[in-house]
Design a protein around this ligand. Structure first.
Ligand SMILES: [Fe+2]
Length: 315
């Protein structure tokens, strides 16, 4: 485990002790994934701490903050420090009754407003089926998702991990000749496509089609914080622009298989109070199964938007 201490100023310094308070980052995987120790996210962050956390996530791609007793307002305030929160896509769907009042909060749970488990065929359960595929959040939107924040409230006794893949390490492992063939390719990402991959997942309705059209992104992106290149893939990635469909599918599937090999993947085992923050521009993730008939699983998600728009849509 690698350890790096990151200086920050917070309330201790403000209280007059003089010395800067530090949080520590323990790297939990050989390539990425940091555990942040020493921050209480109930407290507002100052700009220096926010900058230090941005540097930490630039380096690690994913950060976990343990034992955070934050409420929804505090999660939104923390998310807001890093970008503009995006509205949950469920606001575009008329047949979904939202349990959470704030539109920027996504309800990642299998319970109703009274805490009872939803039936397996409940629309809110069916819309979550695609989260079991490798993806990056909101790549089908324009702008796409930058950071996601997922906070655990109630967890199953077993199962329900979230797996993360390091897309920069996967890129680094490709031969340069191969990398040269991939640079400059563009990919169309579509929610309609990822929904079509999962049996039982509802197709887009009229309002979703209008509000959430496909979005085009480079296949290979230079991460703005680290300046490292990485693959930008997701289950939403439908086709490579200008390439015959079957050839594009073959390439996207081969790259996804490469990027999700065990050496690039870290399984996060959730504990109550965990807040996991990840950078959608350089990682993928997927939800792992648990016994949904037996257990309640409740998490809250917020996602902030990228600072730049997607590429112009192309034929
Ligand atoms: Fe996701």
């Amino acid at each position: 485990m690698n350890r790096t201490a990151v200086p920050k100023a917070n309330s201790t310094a403000a209280a007059g002790e003089g010395a800067p308070v530090r949080f520590q980052v323990n790297q939990l995987h050989p390539h990425f994934f940091g555990e942040v120790v020493g921050l209480d996210l109930r407290q507002p962050l100052d700009t220096e701490t926010t900058a230090a956390l941005t540097a930490a996530i630039d380096r690690h791609g994913v950060l976990v903050f343990r034992d955070q007793q934050i409420d929804d307002e505090q999660q939104l305030r923390f998310s807001n420090m890093f970008g503009e929160p995006q509205r949950s896509i469920t606001v575009h769907r008329q047949d979904i009754e939202r349990r959470l009042r704030k539109e920027e909060l996504s309800d990642i749970s299998n319970i109703d407003e009274h805490g009872f488990k939803l039936g397996m065929d409940h629309p809110r359960r069916l819309y979550q089926l695609t989260t079991k595929l490798w993806h990056t959040d909101n790549s089908f939107r324009n702008p796409a998702g930058k950071y996601t924040f997922l906070c655990a409230k109630k967890l199953p006794a077993e199962g329900g991990n979230t797996e993360f893949a390091d897309m920069r390490a996967a890129w680094d492992a490709l031969p340069e000749e191969r990398r040269e063939q991939l640079r400059n390719l563009q990919v169309e990402h579509s929610l309609a496509y990822s929904r079509s991959l999962v049996p039982g997942s509802p197709p887009l309705d009229e309002n979703e089609r209008r509000s959430l059209p496909p979005s085009v992104h480079p296949l290979v992106r230079v991460h703005p914080g680290s300046r490292r290149e990485g693959l930008y893939l997701a289950s939403h990635a439908e086709r490579i622009v200008g390439m015959p469909h079957a050839e594009g599918r073959k390439l996207l599937e081969a790259l996804t298989a490469h990027a999700t090999q065990p050496q690039f993947v870290h399984a996060h085992v959730w504990k109550p109070g965990d807040l996991v923050m990840w950078d959608n521009r350089c990682t993928m993730h997927r939800a792992m199964p648990f016994d949904e008939e037996k257990y309640v699983r409740e998490l809250r998600r917020t996602t902030v938007a990228e600072d730049r728009p997607a590429l112009a849509a192309q034929a």
